[in-house]
Design a protein around this ligand. Structure first.
Ligand SMILES: Nc1nc2c(ncn2[C@@H]2O[C@H](COP(=O)(O)OP(=O)(O)OP(=O)(O)O)[C@@H](O)[C@H]2O)c(=O)[nH]1
Length: 572
């Protein structure tokens, strides 16, 4: 509603007193009132009447405090406002006020002091001007609320969680209380989206939010941090262990099937718990520790909870250091390959297995650890490509030096083979070094071969079709599922060294080895015996029909230079 203002020509003809009087009487949107030094209302304009609902006769002579809420009155706000106006000449009035009948409205106003006529001593009174801005206040509050809630579930969102976490930590510290932070991440939620669709996934998240709320107390703070990750903060915990009780309740509640359209969906969750102030008393660090615990719960097989421990921090630091080391190794090309000869019954070297060697801490770990780390960091294609090219370059060099009938064996894993660029980089390395696919033997473990098959990958067939030799590494340590031997297009099995431990002194061990060799021969597969350490073992294997060996009896893994010398010596 607009206030009818005087036309400027007319205004210029008025005295200031007339102008003020006109405004006082006509401003309908603004409440203008005066109060005496004691706070009693002395005048009341039309705007005040309209906004507060009191006629002048009803209100003049009342204390201005009656226009304030009960809480503000209890806290002395009306008197404080007059005091501030006296000390600072004005006081902002931006708060809830009370209309006649008790309804509240949000006021935007100011209280100023009116000096007494001779300009000194006590003020003559106060002038208060305000307007009703409830609509815009509610709109602002709604905007603020929307900025702090997760629209899908109605829980607090990440921003609200961050703000509240800091507040609760200081409550906990001031009140000597324990604050539990639980991070909850649904397990394999992606599958729900993939199988039932995104809408069903959304509905599930909403139902999960409801169940979480049902497990918590009113005073607990529950938020959705994003995706399928939730957080719960619980103040006044009687002990750190109560976090475990709460986590178990949550896990049990989430384990009950969710009805989504026609489907009863069964899910689980993993939970990480950190306790303030025992684990951390800074918001970021408390969150990081709960996150480490959650990561550990996921690593431990999911559907469980885990508390933060200093050991997790140590592991995380170690992992961080390993990540840095791996990045530096890849960047500075500081990896190397060693080569272990594979010999036939006549002691001819028929192949060299390329083995990755890393310096530093990573070098002291099993090679699978480094490979897993590279996969985690997205560096596996780069590492695999480096190994392949290095091994191919070495074979080329040996061929150029006159070595014939030698293959190089390169180890791979399912993750590497599943990378889209794998075949292309193999092809281009073959072309670059002028090699044939038959010069290369690709080794993968049974476990990896099965993982590839379960993944629906055709890569093993594609490698076979291109003419690469394929061998099943560490045969006998994985599933040893004989049906895979029939279906996988492998040319060779590498009998794991654990088979040879008691050969030839133990009749049962001998029987197992003989049987595996016989089976391979029936399936027209070659067998390479790994880990041959004694002539007695070699003789036994030869008698059993295995004619290809690898092990310390012949040679340990050699540097590239030593492997070259080995080959030259053999040629002589
Ligand atoms: N329906 C739905 N899905 C979402 C939403 N936000 C994220 N996601 C999906 O939630 C999944 C969360 O991924 P992760 O937590 O890494 O995967 P996960 O399958 O739960 O696997 P783990 O946590 O390792 O057990 C991703 O597939 C996201 O695309 C959402 O608002 N609605």
């Amino acid at each position: 509603m607009t206030t009818p203002l005087l036309p400027s020509v007319m205004a210029s003809c008025l005295t200031s007193e007339q102008l003020l009087r006109h405004l006082y009487l006509n401003l309908r949107d603004y409440a203008i009132l005066t109060v005496d030094p004691q706070g009693l209302i002395t005048s009341w304009n039309l705007g005040a009447e309209l906004i507060f609902g009191y006629a002048p006769d009803d209100i003049i002579g009342q204390h201005v405090a009656c226009l304030f809420t009960r809480e503000d009155r209890d806290q002395g706000v009306p008197w404080q406002e007059l005091r501030s106006a006296r000390e600072w000449h004005r006081a902002a009035d931006y708060r809830w006020h009370v209309r006649r009948g008790g309804a509240l409205f949000w006021a935007d106003g100011v209280t100023t002091v009116m000096p007494d006529a001779d300009g000194g001593g006590e003020p003559a009174g106060y002038l208060k001007i305000l307007r009703d801005v409830t609509t815009s206040k509610r709109a602002q509050d709604e905007i603020r609320r929307l900025a702090t809630i997760d629209v899908l579930t109605g829980l607090a969102n990440r921003a609200a969680f961050d703000a509240r976490r800091a507040e609760l930590i200081s409550f906990a510290e001031r009140g000597n209380q324990l604050l539990l932070l639980l991070l909850i991440d649904l397990d394999r939620f992606k599958q729900v989206n993939d199988e039932l669709g995104h809408q069903a996934g959304d509905l599930l998240l909403q139902l999960v939010a409801q169940r979480m709320r049902s497990v918590c107390r009113e005073s607990d703070f529950v938020a959705r941090l994003g995706g399928d990750e939730f957080a719960l903060m619980h103040l006044h915990a009687p002990s750190p262990a109560s976090g475990g009780v709460l986590a178990e309740k949550l896990l049990a509640e989430l384990a009950r099937p969710f009805q989504i359209a026609d489907h009863a969906v069964q899910i689980s969750a993993s939970i990480g718990i950190a306790v303030c102030p025992l684990d951390a008393n800074l918001p970021e660090s408390l969150l990081r520790k709960a996150d480490l615990a959650l990561y550990h719960a996921k690593q431990s097989g999911r559907n469980c909870y885990h508390f933060y421990t200093a050991e997790l921090d140590r592991i995380a630091h170690r992992k961080n250091a390993d990540h840095t080391e791996m990045r530096q190794l890849m960047h500075g090309h500081r990896c190397a390959l060693a080569y272990q000869p594979i010999v036939d019954a006549n002691s001819n070297t028929i192949a060299m297995e390329a083995l990755l060697r890393l310096p530093g801490h990573l070098g002291q770990q099993p090679v699978e650890y480094a490979v897993g780390l590279a996969a985690e960091m997205g560096l596996l294609p780069q590492l695999g490509c480096w190994v392949t090219r290095q091994a191919f370059a070495q074979l080329r060099q040996w061929m150029d030096q006159g070595v014939h009938d030698l293959r190089v064996c390169v180890n791979t894993c399912a993750k590497e083979l599943l990378d889209d660029s794998y075949l292309d980089q193999l092809d281009s390395a073959l072309a670059e070094y002028g090699l044939r696919a038959g010069d290369i033997e690709i080794e993968l473990t049974e476990r990896d071969a099965i993982a590839l098959e379960q993944n629906g990958s055709k890569i093993v067939d594609q490698l076979h079709a291109r003419g690469f030799r394929l061998s099943l590494d560490d045969f006998g340590t994985g599933y040893s599922s004989l049906s895979y031997l029939r279906t996988l297009p492998v040319t060779t099995i590498k009998l794991d060294k654990s088979f040879l431990r008691d050969v030839p002194d133990n009749a049962d061990a001998n029987a197992v080895v003989r049987t595996v060799i016989l089976l391979a021969s029936e399936l027209r597969l070659s067998v390479i015996a790994e880990g041959v350490e004694s002539t007695a073992q070699a003789d036994f294997l030869s008698d059993a029909g295995c004619g290809v060996f690898q092990g310390f009896l012949y040679a340990r893994p050699l540097s590239a230079a030593d492997a070259t010398a080995w080959l030259q010596q053999r040629a002589v």
